[in-house]
Design a binder for this molecule. Structure first.
Ligand SMILES: [Zn+2]
Ligand SMILES: [Zn+2]
Length: 427
């Protein structure tokens, strides 16, 4: 292997550049980075100088000593990363605009297309030093932490990837799924909200986050549920899938059993099946449309015979119904008709005007409207079939039939911004 001597035309350019603008070996070698590979810019620069019989500049016109600071930048990043869990990282940099400006002047002047930008060299060389030091690898695709060096201020900013946790929750007491800021004070705290800043005392999100956050030392969280039930509806069965997104976590591992045990004694919420998740899964559970089973307690306008009730329920079972956008949501949804399948329906209890049903229906079915008919906007309805009024007194979600959806084909698909929250139907 011979020395990578610069070709004659490069030799002349080098002499010209060097006469006008003395460069350090790194800045010189970087001008010809694409001429050969397998050398660092510094090594290449030294060999070029040697082959031309030139001395390295004491003060570099371009970087003014910046390239000598690479080991110091690696120290800075290592110090900034202390106390953070990560299994891959990436180095970025913000370089003095004056340096970038001089760099461009030189490229233009020499008319070269073999150069590499100074930022690329800083990022790569600092990254190499850190790989050796930390025993971790640089990851361009999906780093846990990106350390951005400000070379003027000698400061490092850490961009930390969120941590995603999957689980299913059961809810036994009335509360919203997510934190609900007080509309009067918008979270600042006022008399109306008892200085909590939230409309409700707690939420599923807050109960779960209270157990998770101390373990991962995150700064904030966002809750992504697979749909949501009404505030006063219980969520039973195996529970509802969710992903908790934790912003800027210092720790990335947690004791799931401890989290579940800490939540359980409150008695209002419980969690199960907790495991690591991803941004892709957030998108997937938002998009998944599953059948659901409900327990519906209904009060009828007048008593009916069990035979007639059974007949009405049988008339809904396995049938497609037509639902116009319910009056209660028509101010925020387009008014249109949807055909929904009532997969199954059965009478659980009936005492006079008090009736309890189990209904399994296609995703997006408006259950309350299926019962009371919404002034003929849902056809048929339990009320119409019984020829009496019917009001839902209690609506609980018994089961979400999302069998096997978790963890299926979720890796590697491209995900849009995970903070977007699509609208959900009731239940
Ligand atoms: Zn230099
Ligand atoms: Zn308030």
């Amino acid at each position: 292997m011979g020395l990578p001597l610069p070709p004659p035309e490069v030799e002349e350019e080098t002499r010209r550049a060097f006469a006008k603008t003395p460069l350090c070996p790194s800045c010189l070698g970087r001008l010809f980075a694409k001429v050969d590979s397998g050398l660092t810019n510094r090594e290449r620069g030294r060999r070029v100088l040697a082959s031309l019989g030139l001395e390295a500049a004491v003060a570099c016109w371009l970087c003014q000593g910046l390239m000598e600071e690479i080991p110091a930048f690696a120290d800075l990043v290592a110090a900034a990363l202390e106390g953070w869990d990560f299994d891959s990282f990436l180095v970025g940099s913000r370089v003095d605009p004056d340096v970038l400006n001089r760099e461009e002047i030189l490229w233009t002047e020499l008319g070269l297309d073999t150069y590499e930008p100074i930022k690329a060299e800083i990022n790569r060389e600092v990254g190499k030093l850190l790989e050796a030091r930390l025993g971790q690898t640089v990851d361009f695709q999906r780093p846990t932490i990106t350390a951005v060096i400000d070379t003027m201020m000698d400061h490092v900013d850490l961009q930390v990837a969120p941590l995603y946790l999957y689980g299913r929750y059961r809810k036994l007491a009335p509360m919203p799924q997510t934190k609900w800021p007080c509309p009067d004070c918008r979270g600042a705290g006022c008399e109306a909200c008892d200085h909590r800043g939230t409309l409700y005392e707690t939420s599923v999100e807050e109960v779960i986050a209270a157990a998770v956050m101390p373990q991962v030392e995150g700064e904030d969280h966002t809750f992504h549920g697979m749909g949501r039930e009404d505030i006063d509806a219980r969520m039973l069965g195996r529970g509802r899938p969710f992903v908790l997104e934790i912003k800027r976590p210092r720790r990335r591992t947690l004791d799931y059993e401890a989290v579940a045990l800490e939540i359980e004694p409150e008695g209002q919420v419980s969690v199960s099946e907790m495991c690591p998740s991803s941004r892709e899964e957030v998108v997937a559970i938002k998009a998944l449309r599953s059948e659901k089973s409900y327990a519906v307690r209904v009060r009828l306008g007048s008593p009916t015979s069990l035979a007639k009730l059974q007949e009405a329920v049988d008339a809904l079972k396995g049938k497609e119904i037509v639902q116009r956008t319910p009056a209660r949501v028509s101010h925020r949804r387009a008014d249109r008709e949807r055909v929904k399948l009532v997969v199954d329906a059965e009478v659980l209890q009936a005492h006079g005007t008090e009736v309890e049903l189990r209904i399994r229906a296609e995703a997006g079915t408006y259950i309350k409207e299926l019962v009371h008919g919404d002034d003929g906007r849902t056809r048929p309805s339990l009320a119409a079939l019984l020829e009496t009024e019917a009001q839902v007194e209690r609506l609980d979600v018994l089961e979400i039939h999302d069998e096997g959806a978790h963890g299926q084909g979720l890796q590697g698909s491209k995900a849009p911004d995970a903070t977007e929250v699509p609208e959900t139907t009731s239940g």
